[in-house]
Design a protein. Structure first.
Lengths: 145, 381
């Protein structure tokens, strides 16, 4: 393993489709089935039209770096071995308010500390890949596009 | 309207230290009794209580220890560092509407010797938004605010020099305050620039202290306050703020993450106020992290959007400057008790008894945390 085992989110009714898509290598986000507003993080009611009908929409997987931060210890044990590492926020190409947290890596299997944070620039284009953390949880990671 | 109908008549606080012996309940009880003594009001008259949802001492425990009377109003406010002035404001509303007559707000916390809240969050809870941040290593409040800070620096050209201005102002004020944890510890720009990172772009001195301590204050009607031991400090206006699409510390999922709850709170606060930002003499701005002060300067209207960092230049937020901020040393250099020490310092400024007294100050803004659903009170004398 090139990286420490991370924190795995519990699967519930709101995020199960996200991780099901991730296992298939696709980035999907929740969308209101009535007015098509994106709902991220996912939630049961659309705040724009009050519909409770939702669907999961395939995204391009492309975006730009909105910001990043570089945590140093003390941290949770799951992240101590890889610190310092960069956490990036990515604005998705589909909508300017649609952001995902993630880590920048050079490719599949890359450790979250392998990219020198000094080289990261806000506005850099990135694209998603997926890293299997457990058989169930594949996390989105990002590579330079 | 709430305007000047109620006042803070008493304040109390324990010692502040990295580690104190007594329990949080004992500290809370001591601080409350001191605040009542300061006001000259018997504990049996206390009939209103307000604190934070994160406070570990509930109303029953506090009432049984201080010997409170018949409690007819009690309230708790959520969102950690967003709660402090909210407790004062809720008591002011309760007193002004006759739901209680003597209200006590308090916060007691052993954050210095106790555990760090984030350190127990290795297991994620379902359907909570940190499931969308923590798996990628965004773990602590400092990481969450660090991410916003980097974006702020990018958009507005702010630098670490500006963050340093905030840290140095707090420390200078603490060096004048014998009760401050950092009273005897000067800080230089060089110390700041050489400090270890906590979460880049934030270093050690961009973070608040970790402190044990407790504070309390007593809210009564303006008429009653005029008969108390101390000069009344009027609660001129009060606001809370939760903007649309806001997502507490993980506020990345909205159109404009840098326009935080302070803006919503300020709109309410100044709508019902005779005093506008340009007329405010001194401010106590919640400072778990230095960038929160810069964002609050903008949100509460002391400068325009994007100008908060530049506002800190030239000693403007130090005693003698355009708007002295956190004149006791604040959370960064006096004590971090979830911002309650900012309330007591606001009261001292209005009484004229601060160790960094702003000459002739007639109004003081006290805010809770920007970056979470928040609150603020505007005090006057």
């Amino acid at each position: 393993m090139s990286q420490a085992r991370g924190l795995t989110p519990p699967i519930d009714e709101l995020n199960a489709p996200f991780y099901e898509a991730a296992r298939a290598g696709e980035l999907q986000l929740m969308q209101c089935a009535k007015c098509e507003r994106y709902l991220h993080p996912p939630r049961p009611m659309c705040p724009a039209c009050h519909s409770t009908a939702t669907r999961w929409q395939r995204m391009s997987g492309r975006g730009t770096i909105w910001s990043f931060v570089v945590p140093h210890p003390p941290l949770l044990p799951e992240f101590m071995d890889v610190a310092p590492y960069a956490v990036i926020a990515v604005t998705l190409a589909e909508h300017p308010a649609l952001r995902l947290l993630g880590n920048l890596v050079s490719g599949p299997g890359g450790a979250i500390n392998e990219i020198d944070p000094a080289t990261i620039r806000i506005g850099e284009p990135v694209r998603v890949i997926f890293e299997p953390l457990t058989p169930e949880i594949h996390l989105p990671r990002w590579v330079r596009a | 309207m709430l305007k000047d109908k109620t006042a803070i008549a008493g304040i109390g606080e324990t010692k502040f230290a990295k580690k104190l012996g007594p329990s949080e309940l004992e500290l809370a009880s001591e601080a409350i009794v001191m605040a009542l003594e300061d006001a000259g009001i018997d504990a049996k008259e206390v009939d209103g209580l307000a604190s934070y949802t994160m406070e570990s001492n509930d109303e029953v425990a506090v009432a049984r220890n201080i010997g409170a009377g018949e409690i007819s109003f009690f309230s708790q406010i959520h969102y950690g560092g967003g709660a402090g002035p909210g407790c004062v404001g809720h008591l002011a509303m309760a007193v002004a509407t006759g739901q209680c007559r003597v209200g006590v707000a308090w916060r007691s916390r052993k954050r210095g010797s106790g555990k760090r809240p984030w350190a127990s969050q290795s297991v994620l809870e379902p359907s909570v938004s940190n499931c969308w941040t923590r798996p990628w290593g965004l773990l602590r409040p400092v990481d969450e605010i660090g991410l916003l800070t980097r974006r702020y620096m990018h958009e507005y050209g702010a630098t670490r020099e500006h963050l340093c201005n905030v840290a140095l102002a707090a420390r200078k004020h603490a060096n004048r305050n014998p009760n401050a944890v950092m009273h005897d510890r000067p800080l230089t720009r060089e110390d700041y620039m050489k400090a270890r990172w906590i979460s880049e772009p934030l270093c050690l001195f961009d973070n608040c202290l970790e402190t044990d301590g407790a504070l309390a204050c007593v809210v009564v009607s303006a008429e009653r306050a005029r008969d108390c031991r101390q000069k009344p400090v009027y609660i001129h206006s009060f606001g809370q703020g939760l903007p649309p699409e806001h997502n507490t510390m993980q506020n990345y999922f909205c159109d404009d993450p840098l326009r935080g709850p302070a803006w919503t709170c300020a709109a309410q606060l100044f709508r019902n106020s005779d005093i506008q930002p340009a007329e405010i003499d001194v401010a106590q701005l919640y400072d778990a992290f230095s960038p929160l002060i810069i964002l609050s300067l903008e949100g509460y209207g002391f400068c325009k959007r994007g100008e908060g960092a530049a506002f800190t230049e030239g000693g403007a937020i130090e005693l003698g400057g355009r708007l002295p901020v956190n004149t006791s040393g604040g959370g960064m250099s006096e004590a971090y008790v979830h911002g309650f020490n900012l309330i007591n310092e606001g009261v001292r400024q209005m009484r004229g008894s601060s160790t960094s007294q702003v000459e002739g100050a007639e109004s003081c803004l006290v805010t809770a945390g920007e970056g979470v659903p928040t609150s603020a009170v505007l005090l006057r004398n």
